[in-house]
Design a protein around this ligand. Structure first.
Ligand code: AMP
Ligand code: ZN
Length: 662
């Protein structure tokens, strides 16, 4: 097989696996196997750039930066839909359509996906352009970003049409949405409010690699073009599915009106079990010749209508606002409500997010408030009914002191969150820190629940993480509901945790903004505690994803005597404070230091670093006369200049560096 054929075969194989995973939800190989194949393809493409294809599966990871999204005119206008909110209104519409057409009409019912609409142009069965709806006449071209969405085919399977325009909706599943928010929370960033806005916001990010991380999905519901091989909506859906588009099975061809009403009733309930948001049902006349006969109004087709589900809102009284303190000291306001039934569950509490939101809502105690259940698990308050406001109602004022320890709260300029600064004396923070330390992703001490932690804290046995390691079975036995066996389990789990790797220990310490990923990256860059605690802010910031906020927090943590004392204790107890030795592939780079600068095209910084370290080399943090190699990518700046001035540093391109490895 020639290299070109090899690249083609591998691309096709990967496209097929992508399709099975993201469109059919039926993966055939493990993520690991997929990654290995993708890596192999990437390597071939790097080595033989002339065979690289802009529609290769390697393009899914993104990396294109778009500063301004060009405006593109839609060849087929993107219409809105007329809405109805009541079955009676829908019935009227159905009657009118039937009367206008004067013949039997079939309808297709589809879900109304709640995301951002997109138009995809395919030329010769490959994705050429992706454009937002904009004002319906023209939108923004966001092709590079859309290419990262894995349920959108980059190439169609045996498409018969030359040029087609696919219409669909880009969405975030609840799962992807929560993942993004969890990561943002770990990084101390404000979380997003709902999946729809997050999806449309993601499409306009300038760095497509960031879009790739958001894990967006897309559903297609329309195909436009000339000489299409179908003449009705139902056949269109089936054909589009064959071409490789993701089309949920929920769509239904309805011959009798009752079927439409049943469809609506079914999904009004069932939508709560979907993994994504829908805001209604779209009912479309099936046959294209009938659609053409009905035509369009100025804004929307006459042949389709959206039945919108009632917003899942309830009105109830705000009794009280209470505040919760998290392990980092972040204080979150919670609305305590008169219990009310909402989307099948009784709601007693709702999130009020932060002080800014309370201020914007101008909310008062005793107010009747509107509660909504959106994409989030916790319901939220979206509005206040002013006409129900009791006389002399008192505006809610964000608490000035910690509800647990009465310490005055602090708020950093530019941040939405208030913190209780009393780290060592605030019970929920102390208990929260210990809970975090023993949690699965950290020290994984399953046998220690939050109740046990609360007891240990209250009797004074455990006031900080390191106290755990001084516990003995006899200490535990007097606790309530503590049998010999459970006590032994706890002590064993504590003992076992001494083998947990450094990066998890670091994560477990609960340093503000140091989540799982950041901990891992820090340990890679600073493989033992000593190096990490001596790292200067600018050295920390060389680590990918570490900005000033994280570096400040890390430096601050290690500058406190009490933390250093605790760490020394933990070290004496035998916990891991050094990264496990990695196995080397060679010692080619022994005693050599490397530094990468500029925009790298052949590998990411992490990969480069890995290559150096796997071969026994070290990564330097700045250009000094001890540096052996500087590898320069595009737009290298001051580091290159400095290396040139020094004259002792060997300056290599990325390809020359790869040559060294051979
Ligand atoms: P609206 O924005 O309320 O005017 O509704 C029109 C929008 O609904 C369209 O621009 C589409 O993005 C979206 N939509 C979601 N699901 C569908 C569907 N199954 N068929 C047509 N449009 C849909
Ligand atoms: Zn406090």
């Amino acid at each position: 097989m020639s290299i070109e054929q090899k690249i083609k075969a591998l691309s096709q194989e990967l496209d097929e696996h992508n399709y099975k995973y993201y469109v059919l939800d039926q993966p055939e190989i493990s993520d690991f196997e997929f990654d290995m194949k993708l890596k192999a393809l990437q390597e071939l493409e790097n080595e033989y750039p002339k065979f690289a294809d802009p529609h290769s599966p390697t393009q899914r990871v993104g990396g294109v930066i778009t500063k301004n999204f060009p405006t593109v005119v839609h060849q087929y206008r993107m219409y809105s839909l007329n809405n109805v909110y009541e079955i009676a209104e829908l019935q009227e519409w159905l009657e009118r359509v039937k009367k206008d057409l004067g013949e039997t009409v079939e309808f297709v019912c589809e879900l109304k996906f709640d995301g951002a609409s997109i138009s995809l142009t395919y030329e010769n069965a490959t994705l050429a352009q992706a454009v937002t709806r904009g004002d319906g006449y023209q939108g923004d071209e966001i092709t590079a970003n859309v290419k990262t969405i894995k349920s959108i085919p980059l190439k169609l399977k045996d498409a018969e049409a030359n040029e087609i325009f696919a219409r669909g909706e880009i969405i975030l599943t609840h799962e992807a949405f929560h993942k993004i928010n969890q990561e943002r929370e770990e990084l101390g960033l404000e979380t997003f409010m709902n999946p729809r806005n997050t999806a449309s916001g993601s499409l306009k990010l300038q760095d497509s690699a960031e879009v790739a991380k958001r894990e967006l999905s897309a559903f297609i519901y329309g195909i436009y073009g000339k000489n299409l091989p179908f003449d009705n909506q139902w056949a269109m859906l089936q054909t589009a599915r064959k071409w490789g588009f993701k089309i949920p099975n929920s769509a239904k061809l309805c011959l009798a009106e009752q079927e439409i009403f049943n469809f609506i009733a079914f999904w009004d309930k069932q939508r709560h079990d979907l993994n994504y948001e829908i805001d209604g049902v779209v009912i479309k006349v099936n046959q294209f010749f009938q659609q053409n006969e009905l035509g369009y109004t100025a804004k929307s087709p006459r042949w389709a209508i959206a039945y919108k589900f009632k917003a899942e809102q309830a009105k109830t009284r705000l009794n009280e606002v209470s505040y919760q303190v998290g392990r980092t000291g972040a204080v979150t306001p919670v609305a305590n409500l008169e219990p009310v039934l909402l989307a099948g569950t009784t709601v007693k509490r709702a999130s009020l997010h932060n002080a800014d939101i309370i201020k914007n809502l101008k909310i008062c105690l005793g107010d009747m408030v509107y509660v909504e259940k959106g994409g989030e698990i916790i319901p939220k308050i979206v509005g206040v009914s002013l006409e129900d406001r009791p006389a002399n109602a008192q505006a809610v004022e964000f608490t000035k002191t910690c509800p647990a320890c009465a310490t005055p709260l602090v708020r950093t300029e530019g941040e939405a969150v208030h913190y209780c600064p009393n780290e060592d004396g605030c019970p929920p923070q102390i208990k929260g820190k210990i809970e975090h330390f023993v949690s699965r992703k950290a020290m994984d001490m399953e046998s220690i629940g939050s109740e046990t932690i609360a007891q240990l804290y209250e009797v004074g046995l455990v006031q900080k993480i390191s106290d755990l390691y001084h516990l003995q079975v006899e200490d535990l036995l007097p606790l309530e509901r503590m049998a010999q066996k459970s006590a032994e389990n706890i002590i064993n789990a504590i003992e076992k945790s001494k083998k947990i790797p450094f990066e998890k220990v670091l994560y477990g310490l609960g340093i503000r903004f140091v989540g799982e990923t950041v901990a891992k990256k820090l340990v890679e860059a600073f493989p033992n505690l000593k190096l990490l605690q001596n790292a200067k802010p600018e050295e920390l910031e060389e680590v990918d994803t570490v900005g000033t906020r994280i570096s400040k927090s890390v430096v601050d943590y290690f500058s406190q005597k009490k933390h250093m004392e605790m760490l020394e204790d933990l070290m004496n107890q035998g916990l891991q404070f050094e990264a496990a030795e990695k196995e080397l592939t060679s010692n080619k780079f022994e005693n050599q230091t490397f530094l990468f600068t500029g925009k790298l095209a052949e590998f990411t910084r992490d990969e480069a670093k890995q290559l150096v370290e796997e071969n026994g080399g070290k990564i330097a943090s700045s250009v000094t006369k001890n540096l052996n190699f500087l590898i320069v990518g595009e737009k290298a700046g001051s580091k290159l200049k400095k290396a040139q001035d020094l004259g002792s540093v060997q300056i290599l391109t990325e390809l020359e560096f790869l040559e060294l490895l051979k």
